[in-house]
Design a protein around this ligand. Sequence first.
Ligand SMILES: Cc1ncc(COP(=O)(O)O)c(C=O)c1O
Length: 295
Amino acid sequence: MLQQDLSIQLPSPEQSFNPTWANPNGCQLYIKRDDLLHPVISGNKWRKLKYNLQQAQAKQATHILSFGGNYSNHLHALGWCCSRLNIRFTAIVRGYPEQALTPMLNDLKNWGAELHFVDRNTYRQRTEINYLQQLQATYPDACIIPEGGSNQLALKGVAEIYQELEQNYDYILCPVGSGGTMAGLLTASDKTQFRGIGVLKGEAYLEQMITALNPAAIEQNNWQLLHQFHHGGYAKSTPELLDFCQKVSTNHPFSIEPVYSGKLFYATKQLLAQGYFPAHSRVLLLHTGGLQGAR
Ligand SMILES: Cc1ncc(COP(=O)(O)O)c(C=O)c1O
């Protein structure tokens, strides 16, 4: 029902990908095109929000509140869903009201969202129980969804990516920001090898985020995060990465951007060249969307 109301195109296509990159071990590459799920709630946004929105609807929620930065794909996607579903939306944004609005915050405003700016220190409290209780007292009717939508309900939605796959793969790779996507994939299989590409400087921290969401992953030996491809940190990039994104987007029938998918594809190119994957491995890249962020 929700899927139809929001016009989500499922399942997303699984396509083979044949770049002219060095590939000494003859691996086969594929892409799961979650970027095609929807123009606004693309990629992992739909996967993470699906059951959160279903729960809000089941509770007949009239108000949703969530958190994000000035460029948050999550706030953007959730704001759009709320406007379509006629639900009031409050966005707690890390930033200052006097700053010019980013294109995504502008969209949110146009969709009727209430933007509530908080400074860094206040934003840091976004997972603390006292702060959440204060917010709930200020907005008693609000259903609060965490930053990035990453909670238990998100894991269930993300696991559906794996359940949708038409073929078996030796490796599945995805970008890792808050860990929800990786944590969800790990609930779906303890056999397939998963590799997460950290998009920020988050060694140990990102692993903790994943195992906090999915404690069973501590015992699984089918995953690893690779921390050498963040290009300086979250939303940071290098001329090399920008050039790479542009070339891939020009030479293939899909686009990538430098914050998430660009780092994933760049990492894959390097790993292939190094012979990281055993001979003839079948490797699937999860395109998690986020192209609106490139604005
Ligand atoms: C487009 C895109 N891809 C990947 C990610 C990383 O996913 P996660 O935060 O679940 O690790 C995000 C952030 O949620 C995102 O917006």
